[in-house]
Design a binder for this molecule. Structure first.
Ligand code: NDP
Ligand code: 8X3
Length: 250
């Protein structure tokens, strides 16, 4: 069977690294994101059949159209990587713009649901061995200051992934919540709205995960024998762990 991966958020970070990894293994690709010039560059770089779509995952109609318009060369998607997402507003909940909360919910929850809904019939048609990889986060499991709605959206990703498994039982479609810890991508640049020094400082003096580390996990999950479903993988760099509980004192 021909292998086709549909990757959201392929213009940067995990999504772009995944495109390169899956391409290096001979998969055909459908790559999406809002920044068209980056998609064009990536398509030129990759030596496998690649279809690019300028797409904002928040736009349910556009997502539906993009999937409906896939040519026969790309329509039989075997792996969906729901990767597009973002964190905003690292400050405390009482200082956040409501619009930032809405953007995270619209992208990380509604966007992921839009793409899943559009592609589910195709994945079910493929059946055994087809895979949905939803990119969650350690923030979906563990609370920390400044995570507020971001962590809550990733908890949604986790529970949605588990719930999908229940409804897809018998179809052969696998679902995984892949939950990384700190990884050096454009994530912090986006979270701080362009503060390059904040981003550099976060990753300096430690060894974060790389985008390629996560792409390797994605490929591993997507190529396991058909009878194996990884429900959730939480992966942190060795140099990241939890802190003690905070206590308010007089
Ligand atoms: P990047 O900022 O490098 O990449 C994010 C990608 O998401 C970009 O390709 C961006 O494309 C895309 N994206 C954002 N909003 C939209 C939208 N509305 N429509 C379509 N695409 C969108 O960050 P990462 O690679 O780190 O992030 C990828 C995923 O991993 C996210 O879901 C993030 O929450 C998660 N994650 C990241 C961690 C980290 O520490 N880096 C750890 C745990 C999870 P474009 O702007 O072109 O649309
Ligand atoms: C991003 C990882 O540690 O910033 O999902 O929450 S972290």
């Amino acid at each position: 069977m021909k292998k086709i991966a549909f990757i959201t958020g392929a213009t940067s970070g995990f999504g772009r690294a995944a495109a390169r990894k899956f391409a290096s293994e001979g998969w055909s690709l459908v790559l999406s994101g809002r920044r068209l010039e980056r998609l064009v560059e990536l398509k030129e770089e990759l030596e496998v059949p690649t279809h690019i779509i300028q797409l904002d995952v928040r736009d349910a109609d556009a997502v539906k159209r993009a999937v409906a318009e896939l040519s026969s060369e790309f329509s039989q998607v075997t792996t969906l990587i729901n990767n597009a997402g973002l964190a905003l507003a690292p400050e405390g909940a009482d200082k956040v713009d409501l619009a930032d909360w809405h953007t995270m919910i619209d992208t990380n929850c509604t966007g992921l649901v839009n793409v899943t809904h559009a592609l589910l019939p195709k994945l079910i048609e493929v059946g055994a061995g087809s895979t949905i990889i939803n990119v969650g986060s350690i923030a979906g499991q563990w609370p920390y200051p400044g995570s507020h709605v971001y962590g809550a959206t990733k908890a949604f990703v986790k529970q949605f992934s588990y719930n999908l498994r229940c409804d897809l039982l018998g179809t052969g479609v696998r679902v995984t919540d892949l939950a990384p810890g700190i990884a050096e991508t454009e994530f912090t640049l986006v979270r701080t709205k362009g503060d390059q020094s904040a981003s550099n400082n976060l990753y300096q003096g430690t060894t974060p995960l790389s985008a390629e580390d996560i792409a390797e996990h994605m490929f591993y999950i997507a190529t396991l024998p058909n009878h194996i479903n990884i429900n959730r993988i939480e992966v942190m760099p060795t140099r990241q762990a939890w802190s003690p509980f905070a206590i308010d004192r007089d």
